[in-house]
Design a protein around this ligand. Sequence first.
Ligand SMILES: Nc1ncnc2c1ncn2[C@@H]1O[C@H](COP(=O)(O)OP(=O)(O)OP(=O)(O)O)[C@@H](O)[C@H]1O
Ligand SMILES: [Mg+2]
Ligand SMILES: [Mg+2]
Length: 456
Amino acid sequence: MSDFKILGNEEWCQFDDLRIPAIKARVDSGAKTSSIQASKIKIFTKGLEEWVRFEVNPVQDNRSISILCQAKLVDVRYVKSSQGISEERPVIKTNVNIAGNVFEIELTLANRDTMEYRMLLGREAMNERYLVDPSQSFIQGDITDEQLEEKYKPYTTEKKGLRIGLLASNPNLYSNKRIIEAGEMRGHKVVFLNVEHVYMKLDAATPEIRYRGGNILDKFDAVIPRIKPAVTFYGCALLRQFDTLGVYCLNSADSIGRSRDKLFASQLFSKNDIHIPTTGFAKSPMDTKDLIRMVSGAPLIIKLLESTQGKGVVLAETNKAAESVINAFKSVQTNILVQEFIKEANGHDIRCFVVNGKVVASMQRTAQKGEFRANIHQGGAASKVKITPEERKLAIKSAKVFNLDVAGVDLIRSNKGPLLLEVNSSPGLQGIENTTGKDIANVMIETIEKKLKYKQ
Ligand SMILES: Nc1ncnc2c1ncn2[C@@H]1O[C@H](COP(=O)(O)OP(=O)(O)OP(=O)(O)O)[C@@H](O)[C@H]1O
Ligand SMILES: [Mg+2]
Ligand SMILES: [Mg+2]
């Protein structure tokens, strides 16, 4: 008993083999094994052995210090989190150094960024070595902030800023140029990734993302998707792969996919009590007449399920015209929505730009004379607008039902109050920045920093 050293409820640990000079551990005799926070965990083979590669951010609330570690894999355990979700946790063995006392411990790699401490020291590591005095901290010696900074100096120069991938198709588009510019202004490296030049390797042990030429894309902290409708399917598959590899995506594959299906989106809105113009959908031409009645008859709107820039939106002025257009689309197996025409909108609509749950800018678009569609691509003109609290609430809620971090929410003002038209997952920046003078690209980059707990 007299040989045992005493630990407080927190102690500093050092890992020479992992090149971690100091990490604050919560001493937790309630836990069996010790664990360390790790991200971008990847199991790989080295000869006949299985190894694991991972990144540790050893300093609390400082993501800019990141240490790339590798160690032999000794086990993979399944741990149930407090939310009941089973998580795979690789286990490694490595030497820990507590105030000069060096011994081997088992560490599970916990892929959780919400851990209050970067490390937990469990009772297996303390057995036959330590007793715990929970009333004290750092009995084995404390480290001041200055000393910690000194220890991590070599690492802070190693990595400055985040590495952000811009997954898009055209680097010369205003929006893409602005995102790259804003990211670089904030000290990050933004790399343009052409959606069609990215491909993936799928297997359980070493999933990968590669770029044309064979480079492995494994150094990204975040990806900004700007996926054009023509490549939604492929782009979303890439985003799922980035997500699997622990890369944060500003708009997930799921949220983009769901928002692009106008029918699914309309169903989600009505389910969540978000008001939209009355909309109908039917398979057979036999139901066309009733479909028209259902949306209060002509004039009415017919929309292709997949349309942007207003190209697939048609106004049918009479019931006869509506019937023949609807049946014509059906005869070529094209899916369409039939929608009540909001006449009183008078060619106006409102675009609210929602980022991270806030409306950061909004503008009104006004259709050209003789046109009902307010899209800029249809000759619409943009102007500043002050939105009502009700409109603001509607815009925020609409982005939230899809879980979109960035959304362009289109509303229309009707006699019954604001109605939702649609939610875009890659809203353009040019019109809204030029109309409102707001630096929206910068807000998008700030959101990534917040989500990743990155400090300048
Ligand atoms: N029910 C409606 N009543 C009146 N006007 C409408 C209605 N639906 C759409 N519009 C007008 O037509 C425009 C285009 O419609 P919508 O936004 O649904 O199509 P879109 O092709 O997806 O356009 P984008 O994605 O580029 O914004 C709207 O911005 C609005 O001005
Ligand atoms: Mg659209
Ligand atoms: Mg629209």
